[in-house]
Design a protein around this ligand. Structure first.
Ligand code: ADP
Ligand code: MG
Length: 438
């Protein structure tokens, strides 16, 4: 098999906790990322999923060099980039770009869209000759489905979904090979999420991109990922191909996460087992011994407190090649299908995301999107691209521009205020207000 485009080994980020003012003394550490391993193959999408605070953004920031790891390696095409500096580092950074979670706060409200997207060329002038830059930015706007005429507008003149399109255009400006997308749709209204995800799917084919796609909810990454890694308290606890994780999870934490995913089909919902985890996520300053999940695990026994389970194919599945034979860091790994197979049909595909929102008015949107985005979603081998809620079709390869934006504006009204995203809703709201006032 070809060498992965990105490989992470033993990645660690500990933030020191200190006391004292003049004479700082370290009294502990926030173990935000505590030994993460994964690889990303060329052209694939790896979804990283886990509850708020488990270290996803910290991993993302280290990948794009916004933060230095405490330990571990980040290999890009075989070369450890954590040791690079100067020109060599700059060349690599150009190829690994980030799309941020919150389009309300990640775009400078005082800059025009043209300057925001074109800023990358100031930092990497070799990427585009000066005379070409405006034209490139207009092309990028077109590519992400925005009217190139809007190049002189400011972020507050756009809806949430449009702003995230601007964030994506900015990420594409240098023609990177890898995009690290940190919860790119979490701050968006449910109906807009599908449009942005479909756009990202289309761009992946068009620009031959590899994605690390971060989400806090398994239902969102299902429609875009080829493989999934489930994170808990700074580590990946289970990883495998889509079907392995969704239909044959063996780690109790993954099973618990899946049991909380909305199931649109009422019959399947009835048959689905709900797993309610005991207690809260422990603090990353005080990680349990042995298996870090044991304090919330219904299967925990003495061994779990003593021995750290390795992320590997569990012994009981090792010799039986099958979907359960994937990496799972559990001493008592057990296959368990949490979400019963749904009957195929539009309703099953329609609302994997956000239950109630997928009903009623959205149904039409789901259908038209299936057609409109055929170009982008085709070949993903997962009809479920249409599964993330409804909303107007993004229009796919058809005409882009003014039409689509009107569609999004309507939805955006609810966007910042209702904070459907439990984790960051507040941030989205205040960010929106700030940008609007500027
Ligand atoms: P996620 O993106 O999964 O929600 P983060 O990577 O943002 O998680 O954070 C992981 C943990 O690290 C959290 O407990 C967070 O409070 C802590 N953390 C993040 N950044 C810092 C920092 N600069 N200093 C101290 N702790 C931090
Ligand atoms: Mg985060």
């Amino acid at each position: 098999m070809a060498e992965p485009i990105l490989e992470v080994r033993g990645l660690v980020k500990h933030y020191p906790l200190t006391t004292g003012i003049l004479f700082k003394k370290q009294v502990g550490a926030v173990k935000a990322v505590d030994g993460v391993d994964f690889h990303l193959d060329r052209g694939e999408t790896l979804g990283i999923v886990g509850e708020s605070g488990c270290g996803k953004s910290t991993v993302a920031r280290m990948l794009v060099n916004l933060e230095r790891p405490t330990a571990g390696e980040i290999r890009y095409k075989g070369e450890d980039i954590t040791r690079l500096s100067g020109r060599a580092l700059k060349a690599v950074r150009r190829n690994i770009q980030m799309v941020f979670q919150d389009p309300y706060t990640s775009l400078n409200p005082r800059m025009t869209v043209g300057d925001i997207i074109g800023e990358a060329y100031e930092i990497h002038p070799e990427a585009a000759p000066k005379g070409d830059r405006r034209a490139r930015v207009r092309d990028l706007l077109d590519v992400v489905g925005l009217n190139p005429e809007y190049i002189n507008r400011y972020p507050h003149q756009f809806s949430g979904g449009q702003r995230q399109r601007i964030g994506i255009a900015r990420g594409l400006a240098l023609r990177p090979e890898i995009i690290v997308a940190d919860e790119p749709v979490s701050a968006l209204d449910v109906s807009v999420q599908a449009q942005v995800i479909n756009l990202m799917g289309r761009l992946q084919d068009e620009f031959d991109l590899s994605y690390l796609f971060i989400a806090h909810d398994l239902s969102i990454v299902r429609h875009i990922s080829d493989r999934v890694g489930v994170m808990y308290l700074g580590r990946i606890v289970e990883t495998g191909r889509d079907a392995e994780i969704y239909d044959h999870p063996t780690h109790p934490y993954t099973q618990a996460l899946l049991s909380a995913v909305p199931v649109p089909d009422p019959d399947a919902r009835e048959r689905r087992e709900r797993i309610i985890l005991a207690g809260d996520v422990p603090s990353p300053t005080n990680i349990p011994s042995g298996c870090r999940f044991r304090t919330r695990c219904w299967k925990a026994r003495e061994r779990c407190a003593l021995e750290v389970p390795a992320l590997a194919v569990p012994a009981e599945f090792r010799y039986a090649a099958g979907p359960a034979a994937h990496d799972s860091a559990c001493h008592f790994a057990e296959e368990k299908r949490v979400v019963p197979p749904a009957d195929e049909g539009p309703s099953a595909a329609g609302g994997a995301e956000g239950g109630g929102d997928a009903e009623g008015g959205d149904a039409g949107g789901a259908e038209s999107r299936g057609g409109g985005d055929a170009g982008g979603a085709a070949g993903r081998g997962d009809g479920g691209a249409s599964g993330v809620a409804g909303g107007p079709a993004p229009g796919g390869p058809r005409r882009r521009g003014a039409h689509r934006e009107d569609g999004e504006d309507g939805e955006d009204g609810e966007d910042g205020e209702d904070g459907e995203d439990g984790e960051e809703g507040g941030e989205g709201g205040s960010g929106g207000a700030g940008a609007g006032g500027a």
